[in-house]
Design a protein around this ligand. Sequence first.
Ligand code: AMP
Length: 270
Amino acid sequence: MQQHLAKLKADGAVITFVPTLGALHAGHLSLIKRAQKLGSIVVCSIFVNPTQFNDPKDLEMYPRPIADDIQKLKQVNCDVLFNPGVNEMYADNEKWHLDIGGLEGLLEGKFRPGHYQGVTQVVHKLFDIVKPDIALFGQKDYQQFLVISRMVSLLNLPVKLVMCPIEREADGLAMSSRNIHLSPADRKHALILSKTLNKIKHEFNPDNISQLKQQAEAVISNEPGVELAYFEIADGDTLHPADKNTKSFVALVAAKVGKTRLIDNVIIND
Ligand code: AMP
């Protein structure tokens, strides 16, 4: 992969990169389409990275429809697929730690200990292999974008990061590879997440943050089949709980719907 891309780069290609765990949907494909506009060669990686899963069951259950994925990548004319095996990516007993500051213990970091260490570990490796000029990530994983931005700035990595908007189903559900695990009843109950985020965006008032947050928590907790992990109205740069003096706001939610853990968020003001 390094040799192949180095040759293209020497010929003047601008490499854009979309890392994924596969089970591709229209959200992933929107990143690839955006990447095609920003550069000349688009690389997509599909790698279900074991080090970012803190729950072995979740890792085992993660969908891996590689033949369908290849088909979808062909349909959108993605130039290069990188689909390594676990043994190619990791040596035995490899150690990794990056100081990601407060983001480590907040929100997803708190509920999925070690998750962002695994994410930075694999994204660092992937960047080292692909050496992209531009890497694209979804707003869907808002905290992940902040964590990767921090890694890029801490390690002075020569890559530009681009955040792409959340693709949703017609009824508002954020697209996710995990949605296939939702039963028809779960699928209906899951809508409470995007509905509540939307409501918060429209009713947002910086003087009323704690009340809005409490109302949102109550509405989501009362939805049958939904177990709320967190709902937060946070500072868009630090993810610390927002207050009156915060400049950019983002509302983020995580919940288990049936057996499936879902996340979603909305940027309240850019
Ligand atoms: P994943 O395979 O879930 O790791 O996602 C790969 C990339 O696609 C990440 O940058 C995600 O944030 C992004 N992504 C996932 N779901 C969506 C979505 N519904 N809309 C836009 N981007 C998404």
